[in-house]
Design a binder for this molecule. Structure first.
Ligand SMILES: Nc1ncnc2c1ncn2[C@@H]1O[C@H](COP(=O)(O)OP(=O)(O)OP(=O)(O)O)[C@@H](O)[C@H]1O
Ligand SMILES: [Mg+2]
Length: 337
């Protein structure tokens, strides 16, 4: 089975005395990322930055959504938390710190991916795979625990699902089986990287609501990566928007109603306005710069209608904007808009 399957001690994170030990209360920080930088050695030996200076916190019972265009570093950021970076990439700077409880046996970080094939092994029955992901204490009553987990993720016939091989389940069912497997390890943190992209829209929404429900009931800290801003507004508590490897704006999910960073404004304009009838999509002109070709200054400046001289020269400082919001923008970060 894949090494990515189970709940794992967060190999990328370190226990930190700054966190209280024991079960966290809802809203308590269980993992903090400060100034994370990830890169790889490019041609000629120079470092190519992939993720630069990204900071956020994951809290028990809360969902943080990580959004941004393809290639902006969402998956790499998520992979860094569990020490699952692609070969050749490494953490070049910053600090990932976790509550001691996170790293105790069976109290780790679990991942759910877009492709069930990354987690579910085609040659074993689903039930067996879920049991293998359980901590030892639960294996003594594995039948009951298995039924409990399968019911938790919405299966009405847990025995039948447990006996099935992955290919005997639909895409949505495989995704739920993967979620059950992630929960089997009793994680404190669940990282869901585009868990629903391969599914049709109604199944997507159902799965994300299930995730939000489990997060509250199990007091899980969830990091959800998705392109679907409509879903984010419905299920997440906080949002962090990335662009070209950097965080550009973060805050409570309500910030999506009045974003300040020009990139976030553009992303939201690019959403189809279904409720107003389908008009032309106003996207953001230009493209995300390729790795190794990111511009100096603000990474978004070549595509930004508001860019001025300092945006081309210096990376914007991260500024608090009130109500738990913060952004990195020389033009909009200074207070007024
Ligand atoms: N295994 C890898 N080897 C080399 N480069 C990689 C690898 N994985 C990702 N990258 C590069 O790192 C950058 C960030 O990729 P990442 O997968 O984190 O983006 P993402 O935001 O998750 O995008 P998407 O929305 O498409 O999933 C991209 O430029 C990507 O090409
Ligand atoms: Mg990704």
């Amino acid at each position: 089975m894949s090494a990515k399957v189970n709940t794992m001690g967060a190999a990328g994170a370190r226990p930190d005395a700054a966190f209280p030990s024991g079960a966290p209360r809802a809203g308590e920080t269980v993992l903090s990322v400060e100034g994370l930088c990830v890169g790889y050695r490019g041609e000629g030996g120079s470092r190519v930055p992939v993720v630069e200076d990204v900071s956020f916190e994951l809290r028990a019972g809360r969902m943080l959504a990580l959004v941004g265009e393809s290639g902006c570093g969402k998956s790499v950021t998520a992979a860094a938390l569990g020490g699952l970076l692609p070969r050749g990439m490494s953490v070049d700077g910053g600090k990932i710190a976790a509550a001691p409880g996170i790293l105790r046996a069976g109290r780790g970080l679990a991942y759910v991916f877009q492709d069930p094939g990354q987690c579910l092994d085609p040659v074993f029955r689903v039930g067996r795979q879920i049991v293998e992901a359980m901590p030892r204490a639960d294996r003594r009553r594995s039948r009951e625990r298995l039924a409990e987990l399968l019911e938790q993720v919405g299966f009405h016939e847990p025995e039948r699902v447990a006996r099935s091989y992955p290919h005997q389940l639909s895409g949505g069912m495989q995704q739920r089986a993967m979620l059950a497997m992630a929960l089997a390890g009793r994680p404190r943190i669940l990282v869901a990287d585009e868990p629903t992209t391969a599914l049709d829209v109604t199944v997507q929404a159902r799965l994300l609501r299930l995730l939000a429900d489990l997060q509250r009931k199990e007091n899980l800290a969830v990091l959800l990566i998705t392109h679907n801003l409509g879903v984010v507004a419905e299920v997440a508590d906080e949002v962090l928007v990335m662009y070209a490897g950097r965080a550009v704006e973060r805050g409570p999910v309500s910030m999506l109603a009045s974003p300040r960073h020009p990139y976030v404004e553009g992303l939201l304009r690019a959403l189809p306005r279904l409720e107003r009838g389908a008009g032309p999509l106003e996207g953001i002109p230009g493209q995300v710069p390729a790795l190794g070709r990111r511009p100096a200054g603000c990474p978004f400046h070549p595509r930004c209608a508001l860019a001025r001289a300092e945006c081309r020269e210096r990376v914007p400082e991260w500024r608090e904007a009130g109500d738990g919001r913060a952004l990195a923008c020389w033009v909009r970060g200074g207070g007024g808009r």
